[in-house]
Design a protein around this ligand. Structure first.
Ligand code: PMP
Length: 400
């Protein structure tokens, strides 16, 4: 009965790992997926995660019963405190609902489903460029998707004027998707002053901001600093959606732990929103998994584990920053034509190199460097050993 089906293309990001795994060459390097690697190129399980898991294992009072539809209450409370700050007016005034969802993607998707069902303006604006999956997440939920200007190829920075113009021209009440920090794929974030301008532009038009926070703590190494944009939007008393992921900052990729928070204008509305959110979630996956959320709740709730986490998080952020310097120095040493300072300036896991599709394909073919066709490289996948190869490949691609 499925004879008519055509072969679907691989996912543009996850498909890179498929191609990488097929390549038998021992010197291959995977800079496609945004997953942290140690200096030895190995995936990292944080020590605080191991400690939390040991405690969970030793605690005989724990069981594997179903969680409620919106997940582990303690996890939800602490996740909201992490992104909003514990003294946030939305928390103090009980003006928010938080639901544990399947990592960042699942949180975005549940938020999108909720909007499609209950929000009047079924139109979302995404930055150009953005994480490719954003389009499909919102379209599959039934929203129309448009874009706003974000990245300026010429300056390799933010197209602030263009962004404000597009936000101003969007139909009143549109959903505006914002990357909370460490914009993927560009690594370009607004300054605090620019965030203030963006906030005003969004509120003036009565738009609904939807934050995607996949990298809190990864951009600057500071959890509070990376939550700045979200907190300024919540401080003005307006509504806001936030999708949080613990994939990167706690290294819990495959555990699929995340949260959707919906900030409303009153606690009464929040209660009703929660009741409707449950109706959205129940027929999709009933309730979320327990293990990863229990780890996060322990780490966020225990002073000792929390402070060890902040040190480990900063360690990951610092290693990525040092890779930026190593790559920049290596390109300078080779005399590679072009201004590569954007590699130093960009924030977060990725570098948006400016290399085009043909150059990327050349680097994969000749140097076995696997990366997305838009020229994005995962700095978190680089090491002292692989920087010279990448610099050689970029040099050859640019001069060849
Ligand atoms: N949003 C952005 C911007 C991302 O980069 C990612 C991960 N690459 C996600 C959301 C979702 O990740 P996950 O579902 O693994 O939490």
């Amino acid at each position: 009965v499925f004879d008519h089906l055509e072969q679907a293309p691989e996912d543009p990001i996850l498909g890179i790992t498929v191609a990488y795994n097929k390549d038998p060459h021992p010197g291959k390097v995977n800079l496609g997926v945004g997953a942290y690697r140690t200096e030895e190129g190995k995936p990292l399980i944080l020590n605080v995660v191991r400690r939390a898991e040991e405690r969970l294992l030793a605690d005989r009072s724990k069981n594997k019963e179903y969680l409620p539809i919106t997940g582990l209450a303690d996890f939800n409370k602490r996740s909201a405190m992490l992104i909003l700050g514990s003294d946030s007016p939305a928390i103090v005034e009980k003006r928010l609902v938080t639901a544990q969802c399947l990592s960042g993607t699942g949180s975005l998707r549940v938020g999108a489903e909720f909007l499609a069902r209950h929000y009047g303006v079924k139109l979302v604006f995404l930055p150009t460029p953005t994480w490719g999956n954003h389009f499909k997440v919102f379209m599959n939920a039934g929203l129309a998707v448009k874009t706003y200007r974000y990245y300026d190829n010429k300056t390799r920075g933010l197209d602030y004027e263009g962004m404000l113009e597009d936000i101003g021209a969007a139909p009143s009440g549109s959903v505006i998707l914002l990357h909370a920090c460490a914009h993927n794929p560009t690594g370009v974030d607004p300054t605090p002053q620019q965030w203030e301008g963006i906030r005003q532009a969004i509120r003036n038009r009565g738009h609904l901001p939807f934050f995607d926070s996949a990298y809190q703590g990864f951009a600057s190494g500071s959890l509070d600093k990376d939550a700045h944009a979200v907190r300024t939007f919540v401080a003005d008393g307006g509504e806001c959606f936030i999708a949080q992921s613990f994939a990167k900052n706690l290294g819990l990729y495959g555990e699929r732990v995340g949260a959707l928070s919906i900030v409303t204008k009153s606690s009464g509305v929040a209660t009703r929103v929660e009741s409707q959110l449950k109706l959205v979630i129940r027929p999709m996956y009933s309730n979320p998994p327990i293990h990863g959320a229990s780890i996060v709740a322990l780490v966020l709730g225990d002073g000792d584990l929390f402070s060890e986490w902040t040190v480990e998080l900063k360690g990951m952020a610092d290693r990525i920053i040092s890779m930026r310097h190593k790559l920049y120095d290596a390109l300078r040493a080779r005399g590679t034509p072009g201004d590569w300072t954007h590699i130093l300036k960009q924030i977060g896991m990725f570098s948006f190199t400016g290399l085009n599709k043909e150059q990327v394909q050349f680097m994969t073919r000749e140097y076995r460097i696997y990366m997305t066709l838009d020229g994005r490289i995962s700095m978190a996948g680089l090491s002292l050993k692989t920087v010279p190869l990448l610099a050689d490949a970029i040099h050859a691609a640019v001069t060849g």
